[in-house]
Design a binder for this molecule. Structure first.
Ligand SMILES: [Fe+2]
Ligand SMILES: [Fe+2]
Length: 146
């Protein structure tokens, strides 16, 4: 059984990736930066996938807030496009900063708008969703080298 509700669990992922961006900016050696860049990209891809497979569908069922959902999906799409460019050009620090900007904005939208709305909504079982998110995340991460 989950220890946190789904919004708290997703926010822990957010904190983790924000911390990795900080490490990236503090790293001065190129190989460490490249390692962090690929860790950041992989964890964002897994995070977005579990949100889209599990959290967002439950959110739209409970709130009907299409505007909020579409805005989030658009931000995920922009992040995926940047991640694809970074994967083809791992030394590009400018792209990483652009990704960080986009992610900070997106995290803020989820934290300040979507998650409070989800917590107010009737009919979202946030503890059960947390279990599903956790299970799916473990499954996706199992295929990924650390
Ligand atoms: Fe998201
Ligand atoms: Fe998120």
């Amino acid at each position: 059984m989950a220890q946190h509700d789904a919004t708290v669990l997703l926010d822990l992922d957010h904190d983790e990736v924000i911390g990795m961006f900080e490490q990236y900016k503090a790293a001065h050696d190129g190989s460490k930066q490249q390692l962090l860049a690929s860790k950041i990209c992989r964890s964002l891809l897994v995070h977005m996938q579990i949100e889209e497979e599990i959290f967002y569908p439950a959110f739209i069922r409970a709130t009907g807030d299409k505007y909020r959902l579409e805005d989030s999906l658009k931000e995920h799409k922009e992040a995926r496009e940047l991640i694809a460019r970074i994967e083809a050009d791992r030394q590009n620090a400018r792209l990483m900063l652009e990704l960080e900007d986009g992610i900070l904005h997106h995290v803020n939208d989820e934290r300040e708008k979507m998650f409070p709305e989800a917590r107010r909504a009737k009919g979202m079982d946030l503890m059960k969703l947390a279990d599903q998110l956790q299970a799916r995340k473990s499954e996706l991460m199992a295929g990924v080298p650390a």
